[in-house]
Write a protein that binds this ligand. Structure first.
Ligand SMILES: [Ca+2]
Ligand SMILES: [Ca+2]
Length: 471
């Protein structure tokens, strides 16, 4: 009892000290494993709340460890980018062992690699609150659970991070989460392997949220190539792409067991190389605008697309900090989603990006983590597109009215002005359609406005205008 009281008193003193002391900035100045200026030494000498930086002279140099780094206090470890600050455990245990009863360990701009352990957590073995931003966790091996990251009893926030090429002898090739709250955003979990369940992610008694993430090419010997969920807990996927995962018997991508529950919003689950898209589909709730490739994900919302090939490119560097699956031209996920309030896809590219000639399910947003970016239009296409938009505002999607404009847009898209006369012909057909509707579905004023705008575009095209402006 006395000992417990003393420990509590010491903890309180530490907390008061931490809350009153000014956070300091400490700098790692060499790649040594021990001694002044080494990462290990800087972490050991840091106070809770301190920030650990890296001298630019270390960019691209490996920091090779002789044993795991122990982080027992809330720190910010701020690397200079995952391609510049690389911490390699050299197969001598996990890279990091995190035990924080208070506060959060925040690691950014770092690669964690080369971890090897017989136990759990090949790359990171954590209890407490951990945040990873702009990191790479790659090439780590655990004989037990959690090849990349093992988190038990705590919170995990991951953003703009790649967790790839990790292996677990048991469950959770990329991540093993138990009794935790975890959020992954703008991140990719790829090509991880579990010898049991949950190739990408194993989630147990955990609240897991994935937003604008890609799960690709993960595999499990048994269940849940992409994600395996068991016991209690919830998993929510919003704007994610889950593809090319495999497991032998079932649930190539998402496998939900016992009393867990999965919610899908605007996500793609498709193209599994082994097993079905989903297993335990009755534990999956669709919030709409989802797509699966084999009809196994219990997609019951009227805006869902079932049993349809999403037509994806391979996992690749498509821009942004993490790799993604591109939507290929003409694919069914383009403009088939809805993403009110969002401004960027997983890569940071603009979203929604409306493809003019593709009908929108709602706001022109795509399904999944990737937003297809239409090629920049020649100026004339923009102007005809504005006329198209004007029709939508005035009378909604009238097929006979928009069809000649779609024809004109397709002709103008190549930017070759020798075809402008053909586009003019379609605009004249458009004017004839408007006249047909005058006093019927269009008021006189609406018809006058549309015809005036079409005639203005025709006049400028006849003049060989390459940029007709918008005023
Ligand atoms: Ca779109
Ligand atoms: Ca569209």
């Amino acid at each position: 009892m006395k000992k417990t009281t003393e420990v509590l008193r010491a903890v309180c003193v530490c907390l008061i000290f931490a809350s009153t002391a000014q956070a300091r900035t400490l700098v790692v100045t060499n790649t040594d494993d021990h001694g002044a200026g080494s990462l290990r030494n800087v972490i050991a000498s840091a106070w809770p709340g301190d920030e650990v930086l890296f001298d630019p002279s270390l960019d691209g140099e490996l920091i090779v460890l002789g044993s795991p780094l122990l982080v027992y206090k809330a720190l910010a470890i701020v690397g200079r980018g995952a391609d510049k600050t690389i911490i390699d455990a050299d197969s001598r245990g996990p890279v990091l062992r995190v035990r924080v009863p208070f506060g959060t360990v925040h690691i950014s701009g770092v690669t964690l690699t080369g971890g090897l352990t017989d136990g759990d957590g090949g790359g990171v073995d954590a209890r407490g609150s951990l945040r990873l931003t702009d990191c790479v966790v790659s090439g780590n091996v655990a004989g037990g659970a959690g090849g990349g990251i093992y988190l038990r009893s705590g919170a995990l926030v991951v953003s703009k991070t790649t967790i790839s090429g990790n292996t677990a002898g048991y469950c959770g090739g990329g991540l093993y989460l138990q009794s935790a709250e975890a959020t992954l955003s703008d991140s990719t979990v790829a090509r991880n392997v579990a010898d049991n369940n949950g190739g990408g992610i194993f989630s147990r008694e955990t609240t897991l949220t994935l937003k604008s993430c890609t799960l690709s090419g993960n595999s499990a010997r048994h269940y849940g190539g992409g994600i395996f969920q068991c016991v209690h807990g919830t998993i929510t996927l919003n704007g994610c792409t889950v593809s090319d995962n495999s497991s032998d018997p079932s649930g190539g991508s998402i496998d939900s067991r016992s009393s867990g529950h999965v919610t899908l919003s605007r996500s793609i689950v498709g193209g599994q190389s082994g097993g079905s898209d989903c297993f335990g589909g009755y534990r999956i709730t669709s919030r709409g605008y989802n797509l699966d490739s084999d009809g196994s994900c219990h997609l019951t919302h009227p805006t869902d697309t079932r049993d349809t090939d999403p037509i994806l490119g391979p996992l690749a560097d498509n821009g942004g900090p993490t790799w993604t699956h591109a939507l290929l031209e003409g694919g069914p996920a383009i403009d088939a989603g809805s993403c009110p309030g969002e401004v960027a896809d997983q890569r940071g590219f603009p979203r929604p990006a409306d493809v003019l000639v593709t009908p929108n399910a709602d706001d022109g947003c795509d399904i999944g983590a990737f937003e297809y970016q239409p090629s920049p239009f020649p100026p004339n296409v923009e102007v005809v597109g504005d006329l198209y938009d004007l029709i939508l505002v005035l009378v909604g999607g009238d097929n006979d009215l928009v069809a000649p404009l779609q024809e004109a847009i397709q002709i103008l898209e190549d930017g070759d002005s020798s075809n402008d006369s053909e586009a003019v012909g379609h605009l004249q057909a458009f004017i004839a359609e408007v006249e047909e509707r005058r006093g019927w579905t269009l008021s006189g004023a609406q018809a006058d406005r549309l015809i005036a705008e079409a005639q203005r575009i025709i006049a400028l095209l006849n003049l060989g205008g390459s940029s007709v402006g918008n005023s």
